[in-house]
Ligand binder design. Structure first.
Ligand SMILES: NC(=O)c1ccc[n+]([C@@H]2O[C@H](COP(=O)([O-])OP(=O)(O)OC[C@H]3O[C@@H](n4cnc5c(N)ncnc54)[C@H](O)[C@@H]3O)[C@@H](O)[C@H]2O)c1
Length: 328
């Protein structure tokens, strides 16, 4: 299948590699800035498009990846759906639930194939935990803890357009919570602080947050986020069930354990960041994307999954503003 890639930034290159590794062809790349598009196109031996219409008007191109800045996603989804393309769109769909809902209203009559880029569902460790919980082998899920801490804050310019920590960062954890719970939580309480960088507070964002959610049947979920972890990218999950418990621990840089007179055992630290820790999951998402198209199935992560995670993020923001538990 020939696929066009919109965007030539950090995540777009990950998708270019994923499409090629899955055995398909990147037809060309479009970015509003020609230099990165040209550089990526040269590196991977494909075309650099002068405009999105070059890809949308080419009937031999069947699918488009939307890997551009978040504020462009919903317009590109509409343009791609109108052109009859299959779509792989990065998270989040938009920064506003209303815009995302309007986007769906505009395109739903053609029932387009849209996969949303929640790659962590394709991490084999997280998937293994989710499948074990779903199978019931550990009994009934009672308490789920998701810990996600970035190694260090991104530049302040990034945070200014990110939509805030819940829409930008916690949204992955909201999606994973939904994935493991098998549906939406019923209510949410969120709290947060600025403990790392006062500039993050000055733009109205937070760098350290805790979210507590409760499902309709009383299962409790807590999500702990931070924009800093002095010891690497901290990614852990714990699912406590009635007959046992299952964890996804950090994946370490290597498997060595050092013993010294001062320390009985020192392990390597966790992997650096998301491209290292979740590298395989991006490729797995592409394998699944093409397999589902072949089989005529629904996408593995649907537009509705993207919308629900965004709704939870908006509810978390409301909880922070009001100091109250918000019903979902
Ligand atoms: N799933 C994940 O793990 C993951 C990781 C990183 C980023 N993302 C998402 O991917 C998207 C891009 O993030 P990034 O880190 O690659 O950002 P980036 O800034 O590195 O790249 C974005 C690119 O989009 C281009 N662009 C902006 N407006 C455009 C337009 N109208 N048309 C064409 N190109 C345009 C920019 O010039 C830039 O090259 C964001 O929505 C982000 O949330 C997802």
């Amino acid at each position: 299948m020939k696929v066009a890639v919109f965007g030539a930034g950090r995540i777009a290159e990950v998708h270019v590699k994923g499409i090629i590794r899955a055995g398909h062809e990147v037809a060309g790349i479009y970015d509003i800035r020609p230099e990165p598009a040209n550089a990526l196109a040269t590196q991977y031996g494909c075309a650099a498009f002068a405009s999105p219409e070059d890809a949308l008007g080419d009937p031999s191109i069947e699918a488009v990846v939307i890997g551009t800045s978040t504020n462009t996603h919903s317009d590109y989804i509409i343009a791609c759906a109108r052109a009859g393309k299959r779509i792989f769109c990065e998270k989040p769909i938009d920064l506003s639930v209303e815009v995302a809902e309007n986007c769906w209203e505009t395109i739903k009559s053609s029932n387009p194939f849209i996969h949303i880029g929640f790659n962590r569902r394709y991490d084999r460790h997280i998937r293994g935990l989710a499948e074990a919980v779903k199978s019931g082998e550990l009994g009934k899920l009672e308490n789920l803890t998701i810990i996600s801490r970035d190694p260090a804050p991104a530049p302040i310019e990034y945070f200014k357009v990110s939509g805030g920590i819940f829409r930008d960062m916690t949204i992955h954890d909201f999606d994973i919570a939904r994935f493991i719970l098998g549906g939406n939580p019923a209510e949410i309480f969120a709290t947060g602080s600025v403990l790392i960088d006062p500039e993050i507070g000055e733009i109205g964002d937070m760098d350290t947050t805790t979210v507590v959610m409760r499902s309709a049947s009383g299962q409790l979920v807590q999500i702990l986020n931070s924009r800093r972890a002095a010891y690497g990218f901290d990614q852990r999950i714990e699912a406590v069930c009635s007959n046992g418990m299952m964890q996804v621990d950090n994946i370490l840089l290597d498997a060595t354990v050092k013993y010294t007179p001062e320390r009985s055992a020192a392990r390597a630290r966790p992997m650096d960041f998301f491209l290292e820790r979740y590298g395989e999951s991006y490729d797995e998402a592409w394998v699944d994307f093409f397999a589902r198209l072949d089989a005529g199935d629904e996408p593995g992560v649907t537009f509705d999954d993207g919308l629900q995670a965004l709704r939870i993020a908006e509810a978390a923001n409301r909880s922070i503003r009001t100091g109250e538990i918000v019903k979902l």
